[in-house]
Ligand binder design. Structure first.
Ligand SMILES: NC(=O)c1ccc[n+]([C@@H]2O[C@H](COP(=O)([O-])OP(=O)(O)OC[C@H]3O[C@@H](n4cnc5c(N)ncnc54)[C@H](O)[C@@H]3O)[C@@H](O)[C@H]2O)c1
Length: 436
């Protein structure tokens, strides 16, 4: 949609949003970006579930009923390989035949690589694209369309032979990222157990150009459709690991609270950040949701702060959002009260009386928070959990000096800092006693 807005602005055309299907009768090109989510039946077992294709199938049928026969239908949704030719094409052909149209529907596929955030439109226009069409004409038309909309002079198009190839390219991209993240999950646990700071390790490894795409795994990674096929071993495992990584945050929170002599049950816990990535207000596939759900299951009282999110619909409307069957609520006990969860916009209010603070998202507003100010706002020492390498060693040290306990995903070195602070304190005490 943003792409169309941009195009209209540049060409001084008007953009009209409508729910009237008749608009389709005027289309030269129809871009389809209706969601096609994967519905899991178990948390941490991607093999047990199915793609929810209902909305996509229904839209294709409606489109075929209304478009001129020569209109190009471009699917941009992330779909399972084969969808354009084996699902979309038969649906649309059937409707075309019913309408007495003898030509084939012109179907193409080109997937999104959009990056939500401030540079949203730019991330569409100024980035490389892969596309394909079901026949020569569809391929020619999709190339023409994308060249008009995207800066293909600087970011050339890759045109693949068949839609299944561009559909596969998207899934390979997603799986590649999921696999790197899952691979680092085990090194993250290793780091926590062996006094290693994974953040510094990743930075050290990334200096090597062949390894520059390592990314620190935060608490949550979104899902997508995979073909149900036994040939896949690595990717489903990676998805399962990523899907459950955020549950570990709840364990770290429990451990940090225990170190401070506090029980998780009935502890007041503040989660900083509800969205799925930094500086955006989108909460879909957010790791924070699972953190909140697991901690609630463990008996904690949760509060959330996020400067970009006013309503966290995954909780406020958990009976029906994203749909009656999709809510992650189904995987946890004791979730009823979460319908009342309100997002706080004022940080000092959110902090008041908190027992633990979880840095869940790398929002700009959280990167430079002063530990002394945090502890004062909370009214005393808190358990601090860093999910994204947000705290530098200096801040970690200050939290310990203020009587807090600190834990972090992949941040085993905090124990060393804790020991240093304890030893310094013991030395000071000895000196004081010596003087007395
Ligand atoms: N947002 C991203 O960052 C991103 C990145 C890469 C790929 N994608 C792909 O793009 C797709 C769309 O992403 P999005 O963020 O825009 O999702 P979205 O859920 O915001 O948009 C889907 C839209 O489809 C509409 N819709 C649902 N059923 C419909 C129907 N029957 N008829 C007409 N419209 C219908 C919904 O109302 C909604 O506006 C994703 O499913 C994914 O495959 C998105």
């Amino acid at each position: 949609m943003d792409r169309i807005i941009d195009r209209c602005v540049n060409h001084k055309q008007t953009l009209t949003a409508t729910y009237t299907y008749e608009a389709l009768t005027l289309a030269d090109v129809v871009v389809v970006d209706v969601q096609c989510d994967y519905l899991k039946e178990e948390l941490g077992n991607v093999r047990n579930g199915q793609a929810d294709m209902g909305a996509l199938e229904k839209s294709l049928e409606v489109i075929a009923e209304h478009i001129p026969p020569e209109a190009l239908v471009l699917i941009e949704t992330t779909v399972a390989p084969g969808t354009t030719e084996q699902v979309a094409y038969p649906i649309m052909s059937k409707v075309f035949r019913r309408r007495g149209i003898e030509t084939d529907p012109l179907l193409a596929h080109s997937y999104e690589r959009v990056m939500p955030g401030r540079e949203y439109v730019d991330s569409i226009r100024n980035f490389w694209r892969v596309c394909s069409g079901i026949n020569g004409e569809a391929r020619r038309r999709v190339e023409k369309f994308l060249k008009e909309v995207i800066n293909t002079d600087e970011y050339p198009l890759t045109v693949l032979d068949r839609p299944i190839e561009s559909e596969t390219a998207k899934i390979v991209e997603n799986s590649f990222r999921a696999t790197i993240l899952a691979f680092l999950d085990e090194w993250s646990l290793f780091a926590e157990r062996n006094g290693v700071d994974l953040i510094k390790v990743i930075e050290a490894v990334k200096v090597r150009p062949t390894h520059s795409n390592l990314i620190f795994p935060g608490p949550g990674i979104g899902g997508y459709c995979l073909p149900k096929d036994d040939i896949f071993k690595v990717t489903p495992l990676a998805i399962n690991i990523n899907d459950t990584r955020s549950l570990h945050v709840a364990q770290l929170t429990r451990d940090a609270l225990r170190n401070m002599g506090r029980a998780i049950a009935a502890a007041d816990i503040l989660v900083l950040g509800a969205s799925y990535r930094e500086d955006v207000g989108d909460t879909r596939y957010s790791g924070s949701e699972l953190v909140v759900r697991r901690l609630t299951e463990m008996g904690a009282e949760l509060r959330v702060h996020d400067p970009y999110v006013q309503h966290w619909w995954e909780f406020e409307k958990q009976q029906e959002y994203p749909s009656t069957t999709h809510s992650l609520r189904r995987f946890f006990r004791n979730q009823d009260g979460l319908s009342e969860l309100q997002i706080q916009q004022d940080l000092p209010t959110a902090l008041e009386g908190a027992d633990a603070v979880i840095f869940a998202v790398r929002h700009q507003a959280y990167l430079d928070l002063d530990p002394k100010w945090m502890v004062e706002a909370a009214g005393g020492p808190v358990a601090v959990i860093d999910c994204f390498g947000i705290l530098d060693d200096n801040r970690i040290r200050q939290y310990f000096e203020l009587g807090c306990d600190v834990k972090g995903l992949g941040r085993g070195h905090v124990r060393r800092i804790k020991d240093e602070v304890r030893k310094a304190r013991e030395r000071r005490l000895l000196e004081l006693n010596g003087k007395a």
